[in-house]
Design a protein around this ligand. Structure first.
Ligand code: PNS
Length: 166
């Protein structure tokens, strides 16, 4: 039984993320979507919120579970019987993703499988989605409908808070 981890920040999870999770779930027996708890100052959602949002989206796949993780990804893999790390790869990610894959393999021998990002999502990243949303742009095309609504609501409440700050 082969188990893969799809790790990430997922702040928020995009169509590109869900596409990689679905494609991974087709080629391995079990997938663990692991939401990193390292909070950036610009995070839109808490790690628990991201887990909840991903659980709802991933409920359609019977072999996918979602959980939080912290610390080293290779330690998470060892503790959870994970055989392989699965990641989507955009052209812009290649150098850093290769470096992380090689570091992880050196640390414990766990290997990384790269899936080329679907062309229609190749330009989409969570950080760009956050930026566009915070500046009033429409991000609904890049996110599952419920996550898009939650993102717009969170941005609206952030911007309302910022407007009352002096
Ligand atoms: O969605 P992101 O922000 O690109 O996800 C990055 C993540 C969480 C997958 C990556 O930062 C990670 O693996 N962090 C865990 C800490 C770790 O193992 N660092 C060493 C990497 S070689």
């Amino acid at each position: 039984m082969t188990r893969a981890v799809c790790p990430g920040s997922f702040d928020p999870a995009t169509h590109g993320h869900l596409d990689v999770i679905e494609r991974t779930a087709r080629v391995v027996d079990g997938v663990v979507v692991a939401v990193g708890t390292n909070m950036s100052k610009n995070a839109l959602f808490t790690p628990d919120e991201r887990v909840g949002m991903l659980m709802e989206e991933c409920a359609q796949w019977s072999n996918v579970e979602v959980t939080l993780f912290d610390g080293l990804l290779v330690d998470f893999c060892a503790a959870h019987g994970i055989d392989i790390i699965s990641k989507g790869l955009r052209a812009t990610d290649f150098g850093y993703e290769l470096q992380m894959a090689q570091m992880n393999r050196k640390l414990t021998g766990v290997d990384t499988m790269f899936l080329p990002t679907a062309p229609q999502w190749a330009f989409v990243s969570s950080s760009l989605v956050r930026e566009v949303a915070m500046l009033g742009g429409d991000v609904t095309a890049f996110l599952p409908a419920k996550i898009a609504a939650q993102t717009m609501a969170r941005v609206a409440s952030r911007n309302a808070g910022a407007a009352t700050d002096v």
